[in-house]
Design a protein around this ligand. Structure first.
Ligand code: MSP
Length: 632
């Protein structure tokens, strides 16, 4: 078993996760899961990037300490990854002591190697990108990448001798042209390196929120030096050498195109300076766009992942993101595209195939997988076997949209096979029993393989398909050997047949899905004046505790922190939300409703929620705000 180490970037804590972050993480999860299927000993790391000026600024704007800001944002990231079935081995936060020690050790090693010197930095700084910029790099006086205003900095700073690494890096990449995927990004890095490297400022003087320079606490280590080191501290550098040597160097760092240089130039240089091996590969993906603009919190066009999951399910979202986004280009998000993918590929093609095939086993074979006649290979078997044979290459090339396209071609040919063979007619003629059994077996066996092939993308659905096929194991834990045709045992009693991919309704006007978009149709029966509206007290409150109310299926008793007081509020959300997921969540509360008793508990307010076919979806604020903030 060989070690396979893959990582996501660690996410900034200035805002809640959006669909762009979900993509990077799901993509890495799919890679990790495919490698587990290949039998590799996988370590998958993700986490949060909690230091730096950007985090400090965001916390200041909210009037809370940066550490509290980090806690408030790291939690929903972790919660979302759990919900999305992300199978990471660890989650690193850069404020943890294991990380702080590792960063200082890396800094010390660079110092010991003669790569750090004290000097004066004079130039520009973009807080949004946490990037030092020279006059020449500015675009019309603004940051060339994010086009935001930049700050002038003139301060004493520690520098890293990046210039020393220009030649070693060029040589490394020339010898390993596959180290950066896709090739267009590789070419970009090569020309950047060829244009020359300047030494890099790696400390900040007037910043407190960060890791101090060893031996000089007046300086804080530059946040990118700090953040990049997570890739080694997350696997035990320097305290756990055994774990570290099992997984380092990383097999792949998955990153977005916006953070290419930090990763492919700075990071290997820091590693070389510390005497460590450089990562084997960088997988650089494009952006998710909405109406041609990058999806980002600052542009206010984010697609909120939890709402998308409510509508399309975890696997619907995972499938859509992986199927629609080729690595080398940007992809466009739209409600219509995800709806179409989920309804046509999942509900119609695969979902119908599963229920159709299994219902026939129930009807024509008493719920038992029949014995096939060996001399009659189905027409799709060849293409299925081709997919399996080329699976390691598809994984190596991260060609997941291509792989899924090939799987769906198979799904379609199985559907055609059923139509051609007409099992319902074969069942009418006892002399055709052998043929009927073969058709039923072939269908079920193909489904078993297909479920396995899609398991890394849709682990839960794949497991459900196997369960319905009567297989007592989890498809998501199976190994590539299990993809051999014929693995399904004749005589297996199939499980209960239930829809795996329900069809999604086209419209749900009560719940606008994309928070930046206005609802298309307003549900207003009569108008109220602004004065009337202002009579309603609305505040942001944080749920501190939640408990069930005896005798009620729907009601929960919540303690909600409204900044100046903690109130008891009863809410009808027990059927949809678990107690744990509510704690720490900020919601919008109506604060001046007349108190009322519900199931014996006095409720002092009301939590606002959207009502989707009678089911509540809690209100929220996009970024954390101090408890008690009024909502107008
Ligand atoms: N904290 C740094 C990374 C440090 S890694 C040592 C950072 N954080 S981030 O939260 O801004 O971005 C994390 C990842 O999300 C990046 O790979 C970025 O490309 C990705 N995405 C953010 N918005 C995105 C889209 N709209 N589309 C696709 N991915 C995008 O950068």
């Amino acid at each position: 078993m060989s070690g396979y180490y893959c990582t996501t970037p660690i996410y900034y804590i200035n805002g809640l996760p959006h669909i762009g972050h979900v993509f990077t993480t799901v993509l890495t999860d799919v890679i990790a899961r495919f490698h587990r299927m290949l039998g590799d000993d996988v370590f998958f790391l993700t986490g949060t990037d909690e230091h730096g000026q950007k985090a400090e600024k965001a916390a200041r704007e909210l009037g809370i300490p940066p550490r509290e800001m980090a806690d408030r944002i790291a939690a929903p990231f972790q919660e979302l990854w759990r919900r999305l079935n992300i199978a990471n081995n660890d989650f690193i936060r850069t404020t943890e002591s294991r990380h702080v020690e590792g960063v200082q050790e890396m800094f010390r090693r660079a110092q010991a190697n003669g790569d750090i010197y004290l000097g004066d930095y004079e130039g520009w700084y973009c807080t949004f990108d946490e990037a030092f910029l020279t006059e020449g790099q500015l675009d019309d006086g603004k940051c060339p990448d994010c086009h935001r205003p930049v700050d002038r900095i003139k301060e004493n700073s520690y520098f890293f001798r990046l210039s020393r690494y220009q030649e070693p890096l060029l040589e490394h990449y020339r010898q390993n042209p596959d180290a950066i995927v896709p090739r267009s990004r590789y070419n970009e890095v090569i020309s950047f390196l060829e244009s020359g490297l300047r030494d890099l400022s790696v400390s900040r003087l007037k910043l407190t929120w960060g890791i101090s320079v060893p031996g000089d606490p007046t300086h804080v280590i530059y946040v990118w030096f700090d953040a990049l080191v997570n890739y080694v501290t997350g696997i035990g550098f320097p305290g756990k050498p055994e774990l570290f040597s099992r997984y380092w160097p990383a097999n792949v760092h998955v990153i977005g195109k916006d953070i290419l240089r930090f990763h492919t130039v700075y990071w290997p240089a820091f590693l070389l300076s510390a005497g460590l091996a450089v990562p084997k590969k960088f997988l650089v993906h494009g952006w998710w766009l909405k109406e041609e603009e990058k999806i980002s919190k600052s542009r206010g066009n984010v697609v909120e992942p939890n709402q998308l999951i409510e509508k399309f399910g975890v696997d619907g979202v995972r499938y859509f993101l992986i199927r629609e986004a080729p690595i080398e280009s940007d992809s466009n998000y739209s409600f219509e595209t995800i709806l179409k993918r989920v309804n046509s590929d999942l509900a119609n093609d695969l979902g119908n195939l599963v229920s159709r095939s299994l219902t026939m086993v129930q009807r024509y074979s008493e719920g038992i997988v029949p014995e096939p006649a060996t001399d009659d290979p189905p027409p799709f078997r060849g293409s299925l076997e081709n997919i399996v044979v080329s699976l390691p290459v598809s994984i190596e090339e991260f060609a997941f949209p291509r792989l899924l396209t090939a799987v769906w071609q198979c799904v379609n040919s199985i559907n055609r096979y059923i139509v051609d063979q007409q099992p319902w007619n074969l069942a009418k003629d006892a002399s055709q029993k052998k043929k009927l059994d073969t058709v039923l077996y072939n269908n079920c066996e193909a489904l078993r393989c297909i479920a396995m092939l899609v398991a890394p993308v849709m682990p839960d659905s794949a497991d459900r398909i196997w369960k319905q096929l009567g297989i007592p194991r989890a498809a998501s834990a199976a190994l590539i050997e299990d993809l051999q045709w014929g693995g399904l045992q004749p005589g297996t009693r199939i499980g209960d047949v239930e829809p795996v991919f329900p069809r999604i309704e086209e419209k749900e006007p009560e719940a606008p899905l994309q928070i930046a978009e206005a609802p298309k149709k307003e549900n207003v029966t009569s108008h109220v004046s602004i004065d009337d509206f202002q009579k309603i007290g609305l505040k942001v409150g944080e749920i501190k505790s939640a408990e069930k109310i005896q005798g009620s299926k729907k009601l929960l008793k919540l303690s909600v922190d409204l900044g100046t007081e903690v109130r008891t509020v009863v809410a009808g959300i027990a059927e949809v939300y678990s107690l744990e997921e509510l704690i720490g969540r900020q919601v919008i509360v109506v604060t001046n409703l007349k108190p009322t008793r519900l199931m014996g508990v006095e409720s002092n307010g009301m939590v606002l929620a959207a009502s989707v076919s009678g089911k509540p979806v809690l209100s929220a604020v996009i970024s954390p705000v101090p408890n008690g903030t009024p909502v107008k």
